[in-house]
Design a protein around this ligand. Structure first.
Ligand SMILES: [Zn+2]
Ligand SMILES: [Zn+2]
Length: 103
């Protein structure tokens, strides 16, 4: 099994949008619908998971230094992972998520 290249454009599995790379960050979620893919096992960017399930955005939380953190839950295995929100992500959707009660 090959490692997945960390920072390259990909096509969203949920909405089909082409997601460009982001400078200085390893983006792993769609900027349009905020869906992600379960490729990280222990921490963002490790690409150690072999699940590869679709991850739904479930909430937004703020973490002092890091700024806004997007919470994703894997539809396949149920694991939750936190991801930093990017500047060009869909802010309307992110704000709607921030009103969700956190799990
Ligand atoms: Zn999408
Ligand atoms: Zn999973």
């Amino acid at each position: 099994m090959n490692f997945i290249v960390i920072n390259e454009p990909f096509q969203c599995l949920n909405c089909g949008a082409k997601v460009p790379t982001q400078k200085g960050s390893c983006r792993n979620h769609c900027q349009v619908c905020l869906y992600s893919r379960h490729v990280d096992a222990e921490f963002p960017g490790d690409r150690a998971s072999q699940c590869e399930g679709l991850m739904a955005p479930t909430g937004l939380t703020q973490s002092g230094k890091k700024g806004w953190i997007l919470l994703h839950q894997c539809i396949k295995c149920g694991r939750t992972i936190r991801n930093k929100l990017a500047d060009d992500d869909n802010m309307d959707l992110a704000i709607a998520l921030s009103r969700n009660p956190l799990p």
